[in-house]
Design a protein around this ligand. Sequence first.
Ligand code: NAD
Length: 247
Amino acid sequence: MGRLDGRVAVVTGGARGIGAAVARLLAAEGAHVVVADLLDAEGTALATELGGPSRFLHLDVTDEHAWQKGLARTERDLGPVSVLVNNAGIADFGTMEEQSLTSFRRVVDVNLQGPWLGMRAVAPSLRRAGGGVIVNISSLAGLTGYAGVGAYVASKWGLRGLTKTAALELAPDGVRVCSVHPGVIRTAMTAGFDESFAAGQPLPRFGDPEEVARMVLFVVTEATFSTGTEFVLDGGALAGPPAVVNP
Ligand code: NAD
């Protein structure tokens, strides 16, 4: 018997990377998972692998109408949603002076406005489910700055703040809302990063998507006294600077 038997969970950006690992783990715990993504082939293949009532939903998280339509169909077919993982995200590189306004807006649209639309759209369904959990995948970049990814950093700090507001607004309905902050994880998003990127961390390696998935599962099933707060998995990156001071 799983810890999420029969619960309906929507995972955005669920077709690959961290989202796919989350979808697999929630399904392994008995959840009926809706893999929501733009990638039809990968998303459909994953939903088939998950089996049972799990399914793929073509969803652009920046499209308000698509959220309404997708969630209405989900609730009609599977019942009310009790878990939403806002995981879909993009990165685009460039210093403040290099990055175009179009690129800045696109990153913020997907990474911040997307989860905002998702939380608004799912709230009534969560109430009908009698409560639930929203997990917003922020980043280490939602806790510190990084040169060369200003829009990404802004979007992930924004999502962290939005998480706290949503936690306050939805607590009376029995809904917890938390943010998860991964450090560098080996996925398509970091395909161009070499191993030296993690070398200065106390745990000098990239994380695995499955490690993030286990944190998400913990937030959903075990962190019952936590809402509006941050769950960090960063290989110790925030513990302090890597240089050893030797006076
Ligand atoms: P990824 O590129 O492998 O996966 C992102 C998924 O989001 C893809 O399946 C993509 O199709 C989907 N997506 C993108 N735009 C979308 C949209 N508009 N609507 C619906 N789906 C969309 O990357 P990942 O590393 O698995 O990233 C997942 C999340 O984790 C992102 O929010 C990312 O910012 C965050 N994150 C990643 C890392 C890392 O090092 N990989 C670290 C911290 C946080």
